[in-house]
Design a protein around this ligand. Structure first.
Ligand code: 2U9
Length: 344
């Protein structure tokens, strides 16, 4: 029996040495060490042996099994290492090859302009305030000195949801809400960027949804000259240091006095061209001193506090800055349009 075991060991080791891959190894393992293999057979037949022979043969059978297993493990490691070496040799990487270019996107031109304006006012000490796009009649109109029946709050011009709730037509309700939160204590110094909605037929210069950025400063001794200083800084930073500004009288229900600001044309420097329609000036925004009624309704003592406010349309500013001729380009998501603002 010992001879038989010895012969099996020699045979198995020879097969192991002839193995070329992990599959061969597995086959040898099953053939020699499996439940139906010859070594198991030998062990099963031990009952027929004498009491003296049994432990000797048993120990030898275990020894044979262990040495076959050892050889199997050795060969398996050897084959695995060979496979890794082969793979490494085949898959060498040329580190000097140029990388694959990663396409880099860019900000939407409107986002770029809004961010630029925000950064500019942040640098002047303003903070950014936001509020709901679905507003109550009170904050959208009443608190801004537009009482019921006022011609500027024509039902035809707004998206009403109920009699009392609508999509905000301006971002001014954010300012009214912020003032209220201050409980009559200055200073308030905010800008409110955001989407607004008007019932309009869309064309090259109108959209039923567009953006606004409004600003509000309320404190003691705030004057029109402060407004002028802030607006002049804005105009120069946004459209070039050699810009001049001019204020023309205007009317808004929430400001008194109200003005409109023009900048000297950045294209022709005032000589007259198609951008400034031969006038030398371009209208940029509206502004004014906060109406005492608006201050009082938001809880400020209008004898002690004054304020200025301004409002602008970033679409218009972006259109002027980049020569865009149709407001609808901003909302069409046409990649050919959007890709042109890589350096914006
Ligand atoms: C409060 C008080 C006053 C905001 C102002 C304007 C003038 C203005 C328009 C310009 C073009 C909006 O984008 S646009 O359609 N806005 O001319 N906005 S003063 O005045 C306020 C706001 C809030 C409490």
């Amino acid at each position: 029996m010992k001879d038989r075991l010895e012969a099996l060991k020699v045979e198995a080791i020879e097969k192991i040495n002839q193995s070329h891959d992990l599959k061969d190894i597995q086959a040898v393992k099953v053939a020699y060490l499996g439940k139906k293999g010859p070594i198991t057979e030998v062990l099963k037949g031990m009952g027929k042996l004498s009491a003296e022979e049994r432990p000797v043969i048993g120990a030898y059978a275990n020894e044979v099994r262990d040495s076959i297993q050892l050889e199997l493990d050795k060969k398996q490691t050897e084959l695995e290492n060979a496979a890794i070496s082969e793979k490494l040799a085949k898959e060498t990487i040329d580190v000097s090859l140029p990388g694959r270019p990663v396409k880099q996107g860019n900000a939407h031109p409107l986002t770029a302009v809004v961010t630029e304006i925000e950064d500019l006012f942040l640098s002047m000490g303003f903070t950014i305030a936001e509020g709901p796009e679905v507003e109550t009649d009170y904050y959208n109109f009443e608190a801004l000195n537009l009482p019921k029946g006022h011609p500027a709050r024509d039902m035809q011009d707004s998206f009403f949801i109920t009699e009392d709730i609508l999509l905000r037509t301006q971002t001014s309700p954010v300012q009214a809400r912020t003032m209220e939160k201050h409980e009559g204590q200055g200073p308030v110094k905010i800008i409110s960027p955001g989407k607004v909605y008007r019932r309009d037929n869309d064309d090259a210069t109108h959209s039923h949804q567009f953006m606004q950025i409004e600003g509000l400063v309320v404190d003691q001794n705030v004057r029109l000259s402060d407004l002028k200083g802030v607006l002049e800084t804005f105009a120069k930073k946004m459209f070039g240091e050699d810009r001049k500004i001019r204020l023309r009288p205007s009317f808004f229900p929430f400001t008194e006095p109200s003005v409109e600001m023009d900048i000297s044309c950045f294209k022709c420097s005032g000589k007259g061209c198609s951008i400034c329609k031969q006038t030398g000036w371009i209208e940029i925004l509206g502004a004014g001193m906060v109406h005492p009624n608006v201050l009082e309704m938001a809880g400020f003592d209008s004898k002690k506090y004054t304020g200025f406010a301004f409002g602008m349309g970033p679409e218009r500013i972006a259109m002027l800055k980049y020569g865009i001729d149709d407001i609808r380009h901003f909302y069409a998501n046409d990649i050919r349009f959007l890709k042109q603002f890589k350096n914006a």
